[in-house]
Design a protein. Structure first.
Ligand SMILES: C[S@@+](CC[C@H](N)C(=O)[O-])C[C@H]1O[C@@H](n2cnc3c(N)ncnc32)[C@H](O)[C@@H]1O
Length: 221
């Protein structure tokens, strides 16, 4: 795995159940994006279809639900936390056991997100990017680790199609302001509020249970 110098993420490994380890072994080789850039999206999904990326999908609930609800779209999930990847794969495995047609529209990148977007994803190729509850790094000395900043939003703009969207949410008020400014600076326009599902991820539920407010945004490229 390759990544850039500024650390933007915490844990990379952790506990997994036996079933999750088995799902990793069985499914990951077929779904993992090859180590060498760039990605040819139509070859990767064996079809032409709008492609959406979720960055930092955590345990993958949102990504999985989107892929099930929209078989007509392609989804790439970027995550470096292996137990999170295993949880997503376990969901896909369970789904494939009962659904007449399995889930064929998800691929996984285990890379640092900015590196993956810059090196692997062709310019102006994405219909949408989701970044739900990126690590807020609340301490001032850690702000440089935040994923969303003006250079990152400029990179997103270059990777999105002209009518592409970026959807993000956070429960950290200070980060919400930084996010709004960074997208505006890169030339995005504020769109209509995102669907309620973006506030139903694992981290969203945790934030809501602690009484935090959620700030969610949809930006148009
Ligand atoms: C706070 S969690 C949110 C998970 C999920 N989106 C949710 O809302 O429940 C942030 C996730 O982003 C991942 N992450 C953080 N920085 C990343 C980066 N630079 N590239 C890829 N993944 C990253 C972490 O491993 C973690 O799983």
């Amino acid at each position: 795995m390759l990544h850039r110098k500024v650390k933007t993420f915490g844990r990379k490994s952790g506990r997994m159940s036996g079933a999750e380890k088995a799902a990793l072994e069985e499914l990951l080789p077929g779904l993992l994006i090859p180590e060498l850039p760039p990605v040819n999206l139509s070859a990767l999904f064996e079809r032409e279809a709008p492609t959406f990326i979720e960055i930092g999908f955590g345990s993958g609930d949102f990504l999985f639900d989107q892929a099930v609800q929209h078989p007509e779209f392609n989804y790439i999930g970027i995550e470096i936390y292996l137990p999170g990847i295993a949880k997503l794969l376990r969901k896909i495995q369970r789904y494939n056991e009962t659904a007449p047609i399995g889930l064929h529209n998800i691929r996984i990148a285990r890379h640092e997100a900015a590196f993956f977007l810059r090196e692997f994803v062709p310019p102006h190729s994405l219909s949408g990017v989701y970044i739900l509850f990126p690590d807020p790094w609340p301490k001032k000395r850690h702000h440089k680790r935040r994923l969303i900043n003006p250079s990152f939003t400029r990179l997103l703009k270059e990777r999105l199609l002209e009518d592409g969207i970026a959807v993000t949410a956070t429960d950290h008020e200070g980060y919400a302001e930084v996010i709004r400014d960074a997208f505006q600076e890169a030339g995005f326009r504020a769109g209509s509020p995102p669907a309620k599902e973006v506030s139903e991820t694992k981290y969203a539920r945790k934030a809501l249970s602690q009484g935090s407010d959620i700030y969610s945004f949809l930006f148009e490229a």
